[in-house]
Design a protein around this ligand. Structure first.
Ligand code: COA
Ligand code: ZN
Length: 315
């Protein structure tokens, strides 16, 4: 992590958001979004998903989007993968990071990736093996997401022990990051504390990222709770796009612009220029006519006499 960044934010709207959008978001406009957000200082972007285009046609341009994003200096380019085939696509494109997904909820895992959880773990082990056999310099970081960790719209709340158990499986697979995800926005700050503490105690030094949805308005409160547990990596999406097509009732991720403002005002540097970030919303406005764009910070602007985390650090 760069010395002057306290918290690493990752944009996931191009994947989590666009997977729900019925119309095709033009490839050039996806790249315009990625370029503008990288220029605003967002260090990492999940740019696409290596899933069958028959299943989610929005990602038919995954290769072109990945290649375009890889041309942006300094940006960590991430793609979601559901299986080994997705990983192979990522290896051949040279993407920096693969985000493998499985769910704590057995029902959601079956609906989302059509596998038992044990089969997903076996797939992940094979992916890490193949990744480790690649030449040095060509090895993407393999991250693993644990979806529905704070609740599932089929099964309801998942026990902390069950989340811990699957986190241990992911850790034993040799992944470089674990993303604990509240896929359907069931989590509350007390639960976040319990789950993240248990996961972090279980997996030792592997970095943990948090992926929250604001479905019931608890998103940023959950961020504050995860910060208290020591989490320093957060997923979010510009204007709060997002949701899983295989989880009924799933709506948007926490709003990237609001997250960056909150962190910055807490004195935690993200490296993101808030003004430039809000300006990127224009790409969404011109491509998603009629879609609901969220964001309290974009509406209200900076408080009077606001001093950024970086300004405060240097005075
Ligand atoms: N990328 C491209 N094509 C793929 C693929 C991938 N990652 N994985 C499988 N395929 C192709 C296979 O080659 C096969 O093609 P064919 O019909 O031409 O032979 C076809 O898809 C079916 O393959 P199979 O292994 O039987 O997959 P499946 O039908 O059991 O589906 C998943 C399993 C994991 C591919 C699918 O459920 C999936 O992509 N889920 C992810 C859903 C998602 O994105 N959720 C939101 C994010 S959490
Ligand atoms: Zn999500």
């Amino acid at each position: 992590m760069s010395a002057n960044i306290d918290v690493r934010v990752r944009e996931v709207g191009l994947r989590d958001g666009l997977q729900l959008i019925a119309g095709f978001f033009p490839t050039a406009e996806k790249l315009a979004w990625i370029r503008a957000e990288a220029a605003a200082g967002v260090p990492e972007i999940e740019v696409t998903s290596y899933v069958p285009p028959k299943l989610i046609p929005q990602f038919v341009d995954a290769a072109e989007v990945t290649r375009g994003a890889l041309g942006i200096q300094g940006l960590t380019v991430v793609a979601l993968i559901p299986n080994l085939k997705g990983a192979e696509r990522g290896f051949s494109l040279g993407v920096h990071k693969l985000n493998f997904v499985m769910s704590v909820s057995r029902t959601h895992n079956l609906k989302n990736v059509r596998r038992e959880r044990e089969e997903s773990v076996a797939d992940l082990r094979r992916i890490v093996e193949l990744r480790n056999a690649l030449p040095e310099g060509a090895r993407p970081l393999v991250a693993a997401g644990l979806s529905t960790a704070l609740g599932c719209s089929f099964e309801g709340r998942q026990s902390v022990d069950e989340v811990r158990r699957w986190a241990a499986e992911l850790a034993a697979s040799g992944v470089g990051e674990i993303v604990v995800a509240d896929t359907v926005g069931y989590g509350d700050p007390a639960q976040v504390r319990a789950v993240f503490k248990a996961v972090m105690a279980e997996i030792g030094p592997i970095p943990v990222a948090a992926h929250f949805h604001d479905t019931r308005g608890t998103g940023l409160a959950n961020v504050a709770a995860a910060l208290d547990c020591g989490v320093r990596r957060f997923d979010a999406s510009l204007a709060g796009l997002g949701g899983c097509p295989f989880a009924p009732g799933a709506t948007g991720n926490i709003v990237m612009d609001d997250l960056c403002f909150m962190l910055d005002s807490m004195g935690l540097s993200t490296g993101v220029d808030l003004g430039k970030l809000v300006a990127v919303r224009a790409v969404l406005e011109r491509n998603l006519a009629g879609a609901e764009l969220h964001g309290a910070f974009a509406r209200a602007g900076l408080p009077r006499n606001y001093r950024s985390a970086a300004e405060r650090m240097h005075s």
